[in-house]
Design a protein around this ligand. Structure first.
Ligand SMILES: [Zn+2]
Length: 282
């Protein structure tokens, strides 16, 4: 996969990039990091490490495109939307009022009603649950064509049912705007790069900020920093390994080219330190 043709354009002056904390999930480390919690002859019953995972969205106040949301976290009522055993395997361990999507947006100084577009890296339930707030609106929902098709196919055939929302066809009252490009400049300074592996249509989002430089939101190309920094592939949540490796090479090139900082799909420590560093990046 080449990175040819990538525009080095910056977002317009005045762009603001906010990271939203939409609560904490917990999971066995084996889901996230390959080999996590594996037994061996000398350690037949290792302690099963569990990891806290932040559900993350990004809010971009863009002078040309308006208020944009990158991913949406989980549904508010996961007991109904996910049900058991998902809520037992991936329990939500922290979810206060401030973590609900409309409240997190309000905390950043905006109103969910002012969102002008929702961009998806991928459509798994812990990223697309907040679509419930956009049903029946004509707000464009941007996602790669392969991701949308794969979500429908996975659910309809049962091939990968548990990780996607229950029924995408019932979501037909959303204004889906699919794209098929490998690299797409969606708005000035915001580029989506097709990064298959975790899912076939996953896209990472590159945002070139005038003052703070480039930030790449990797969604679940990398759940946690070890997937990237230590090159440890994903655990039980991995799908197409070879694709994932190729996508990883592309991300490395991008990071080098743009001296980019990375916001991983769920790494709580990395996200918390970025949130602590600045109210917003610009
Ligand atoms: Zn995820």
């Amino acid at each position: 996969m080449s990175t040819a043709g990538i525009s080095p354009m910056n977002c317009p002056p005045g762009t603001k990039f906010h990271i939203l904390n939409l609560g904490t999930l917990q999971a066995d480390e084996g889901f996230l990091v390959r080999g996590g919690n594996t037994s061996s002859l000398s350690q037949k019953n290792p302690v099963n490490k569990r990891r806290d995972l932040m559900a993350i969205a990004v809010l971009i106040d863009h002078p040309h495109a308006g208020l944009l949301l990158f991913e949406t976290g989980c549904a508010e009522d996961i007991d109904t939307q996910w049900g058991a055993p998902m809520t037992d395997v991936f329990p939500r361990t922290e979810y206060k009022e401030e973590h609900k999507l409309p409240n997190a947006i309000r905390k950043a100084g905006y109103d969910i009603k002012d969102i002008k577009g929702v961009i998806f890296g991928h459509l798994h339930i812990d990223h697309a649950g907040g679509l419930e707030h956009f049903m029946g609106t004509d707000i464009p929902i941007y996602v790669h064509e392969l991701e949308f098709k794969h979500a429908c196919w996975s659910v309809a055939t049962g091939a990968d049912r548990g990780v996607y929302l229950a029924d995408y066809l019932s979501l037909s009252n959303l204004n889906w705007q699919t794209f098929h490009e490998d690299h797409l400049d969606l708005f000035q300074g915001i580029t989506l790069h097709h990064s298959p592996g975790h899912t076939p249509g996953l896209c990472i989002m590159q945002v070139n900020l005038e003052k703070d430089g480039t930030i790449i939101c990797t969604t679940d190309q990398y759940h946690v920093k070890e997937n990237h920094l230590d090159k440890v592939p994903q655990g039980w949540l991995a799908r197409e390994h070879n694709d994932w490796v190729r996508s990883s090479t592309m991300v490395d090139r991008l990071q080098r080219l743009f001296n980019a900082r990375l916001l991983y799909g769920h790494d709580k420590e990395v996200a918390e330190s970025l949130i602590k560093e600045k109210e917003y990046f610009e």
